[in-house]
Design a protein around this ligand. Sequence first.
Ligand code: GCW
Length: 721
Amino acid sequence: MKSSYNPIILALIALFSAATPAAPESGYRLWLRYDRISDPATLTLYRKNITGFVIPGESPLIKSARQELSTGLSGLLGQNIPELRSPARSPFLIAGTPASSKIIRSLIPPEDLLKTGDEGFIIRSAIYRKNKIIVITANTEKGILYGSFFFLRLLQTHSDISALNISEAPKTKVRILNHWDNLDRSVERGYAGLSLWDWAALPDSLSPRYTDYARANASIGINSTVLTNVNANAMVLTTDYLKKVAALADIFRPYGIKVYLTARFSAPVETGKLKTADPLDPEVIAWWKNKVEEIYSYIPDFGGFTVKANSEGQPGPQNYNRSHADGANMLADALAPHGGIVMWRAFVYDNNVPDDRAKQAYNEFVPLDGKFRENVLIQVKNGPIDFQPREPFHPLFGAMPKTNIMPELQITQEYLGASVHLVYLAPLFEECLKSDTYARGKGSTVASVIDGSLFGHSLTAMAGVANTGSAENWTGHPFAQANWYSFGRLAWNPYEKSEKIAEEWIRMTFSNNQDCIDGMKKIMMSSWENTIKYMTPLGLHHIMYSGHHYGPGPWVNRGRQDWTSVYYHRADSSGIGFNRTTTGSDAVSQYFSPVKEMFNNVETCPENLLLWFHHLPWDYRMKSGRTLWEELCYEYHEGVNAVRQMRKEWQKLQNCTDRERFEQVSGLMEKQERDAIIWRDGCLLYFQSFSRKEIPSGLEKPAFNLNYYINHKYTDIPGIR
Ligand code: GCW
């Protein structure tokens, strides 16, 4: 069709659109936007370097890589970058295994690929027949897929591609999302709409979202997903549901993603009609063996099970006086012939509250070290309580040398402001991964436990509780996408820096303009510490409202003791904090020396974990010279002020994004400020009823009395009723 537009008008439109914010964007495309590169010099350079691409093969994984290279290259370079049947005379890109391409065999010495294993890759500049080319190669087709995404990221982030020599391999084997998704499509602790899995429509109708979900994960190296909630429903193991699961697995497979399910321990009784689920009972053993065989008949590359047992009311082996090892091993034996694994969660604590909750997982699991099968991993939350804004690292890291240990990080912001507060979580993840356990002396970091290097384990993994849902932009808050992204990047390499990840993500998701990057990075990098300040400063924890964990509830004192706030903060007229030192619950002794002594001594305990480990008088002198009470007041105020500052900074970034996302973030920040004030004033008024001290002069005074905060109801927070 002939265009009826005047070329001058078109040129004017182009000119104006360059100076105004970009077209509205829902955020659906995540970090895989592939819009034409905005910087003219970079664009020209890239166009010169890539005139076409070669990717031999027709397997599903190669087809995915081809599709991505095709849309990615043409989109980013703003012109058709054709797939070439034979090598061109001008610079081109070639992606393939040595087995699939003679050119690659001639250019890459086989020993160079040794270190890349079965998921890594090499990206290298080379000369072929006097022609500059770029080679993406790997031992496997999965490596080719990952290499293709990595290369596209280089372009998306405007990296120098003139002399490439990259060799990458993931440091963990199983990089897995845990979806706490129920079969009715509700999502436990989900704040971004309904579950992605439309069980009622499966297996016949397949949303295109499933493919985009797989693409997004593959682009950051996530290779596994647990579809269902750890608070499990046995129904997902029935034949009809397995067919639905198989339909999803078929879509994910071409992106290198394996499907896992949660196994409800009592399934043999609930759906199998057995009288018991005792893991040592021969009929139970046979039931699981058959069930697993059936699963593999539908999903030949099924990954295995994640299990929450004997925790928060879930059934488990202890119901039959068996140990966690008995339970895990029974499932592991059923899966082993098929290559499946069990991820058995260490998030257990007794409802009779016999001991400091922070100590219970360690006490339960350390005696079982060495008793688990080789295809079992123990899945340990980053801290000993439960995804609090800040926790010390979990003492189980390093304490079970003969057992495969994997961390569970929470991407969904259960205790960090749901999908309303802007909190970039990578610094939290990084703090945990960098922590030195001293299990084998200095340098025994959590990361070195997880990547298997400290104790020589080869089955390694990292799990993240997903924050995805049916929201158009997947995660509710546009910046919450960064938490999904950074989880994937850290699972691939637990030694990666959160700041570098933030920069990558900003460049791909918003802008490559340096001022935009700097402005957004500043907001992201300070967001977690700021949130801790207005929620749980100085090591306070678990003082959220019960039921939902969005707002403050330090006054919660009813119900199961270790689900109340007063159990954790222990505020009274003499002071505040949980004494976990050797004179208290002695949780410190679960850490290796000198970590134990560091936490135990009030002088050396980091102030950001002070009240986690110590009960201290209100007039305890802090390093700043202020009393503990004053410091608490200042921290809460600084947190709120930081949100105000962040709002100002965001306003300066208007031209860094499209109007839609700009307005959405602005609106969310307004709510975040409102709710940060509720946190600050609710907590300070409550603690003041014990300290009986004034809020220092110069600090804002609460607008209402304590009752107002106690009775406050949120009506506008996703997923919170
Ligand atoms: O953090 C708590 C949550 C529960 C969750 C549990 C767990 C899935 O409040 O909603 O249940 O942890 O991790 O098992």
